[in-house]
Design a protein around this ligand. Structure first.
Ligand SMILES: [Zn+2]
Length: 282
């Protein structure tokens, strides 16, 4: 079946080994953090079985990701020293952001994260013995000391703080250009998600918030974040900025916002969602 007819959003089932035989398959090729694209094919798609076979590349390791409508999909890691096959090009994950449909972007992110996890867990972090793949689930096991290593996710919170018709947006020290966004940070060990939201907002801009409402989440594979998005309301305090993180933070009237995140990020969704609510109230 052609790639364009595979409904990745609704029909993808993840797994660790194929449960059915199929003549067709798709292959996401990863070399040194970059993903192989076929020149002239837009939008991007993985290589089909024949393209992969004739590409001249060999997989150092192949991971079954799952199947969509009976067609298995694999992530294939290749030697970073191998030559670029003619007609193909390796591109960074950033290149795909906003350029492919979201389910495809998350599938590519999944492939890249699994390849990286596998590469980084060849040896046990506790005793140094080689690990082996578990037959039960996506993990690597150290037989010497019984440790199990799963693909790592780093949960982060992201919060849009509001005060009536005003939105709190901040310019991060790492942001490129004149660009304001919602506040975000990693969850610390021992913390609940909600505690992390309160702490991050207070640390970054010095204010207290209330009425947290969970909005939605987004896989953010740069390199392995899981973003948990919240709406929150201003409670008390004045801005005290965390200088090494935040250059500027302001309350912006919703009809007069600065440059803000694109709609392929949860930050953009949160802002858009709040503006729509305000508009619906009128
Ligand atoms: Zn061990």
């Amino acid at each position: 079946m052609d790639w364009e007819f595979l409904d990745i959003a609704n029909e993808f089932n993840s797994g660790i080994s194929p449960s059915i035989q199929s003549d067709a398959s798709y292959h996401i090729i990863i070399s040194d953090d970059e993903i192989l694209s076929i020149n002239g094919v837009h939008p991007w798609r993985p290589l089909n079985q024949d393209e992969w076979r004739w590409s001249g590349l060999d997989a150092t390791v192949e991971h079954y990701l799952g199947e969509a409508m009976g067609i298995p999909i694999f992530a294939c890691e290749v030697d970073p020293e191998a030559d670029n096959p003619p007609g193909y090009e390796f591109e960074t994950l950033w290149t795909f952001l906003g350029q492919v449909d979201e389910p495809i972007f998350y599938l590519i992110g999944r492939a890249k994260q699994i390849v990286e996890w596998h590469r980084d867990h060849q040896f046990c972090g506790q005793c140094g013995a080689p690990t082996t793949a578990s037959e039960k689930d996506r993990s690597r096991v150290c037989k010497a000391c019984s440790q199990t290593f799963y693909p790592r996710l780093s949960p982060s919170i992201i919060a849009l703080v509001t005060k009536g018709e005003e939105l709190l947006l901040a310019k991060n020290t790492r942001a490129r250009g004149n660009f304001y966004s919602t506040l975000a940070g990693f969850i610390e060990p021992g913390e609940s998600i909600e505690e992390a939201v309160h702490r991050e907002v207070y640390e970054e801009v010095g204010i207290r918030i209330k009425n947290l409402r969970y909005y939605s989440s987004q896989s953010w594979p740069f390199p392995n974040s899981l973003m948990l998005g919240f709406h929150a309301e201003y409670d008390s305090g004045e801005f005290v900025l965390q200088k090494d993180e935040i250059v500027d933070a302001q309350w912006f009237y919703y009809q007069n916002l600065p440059n803000r995140p694109a709609m392929f990020s949860i930050s953009g969704w949160l802002i858009d969602d709040y503006i729509k609510r305000l508009q619906n109230q009128q």
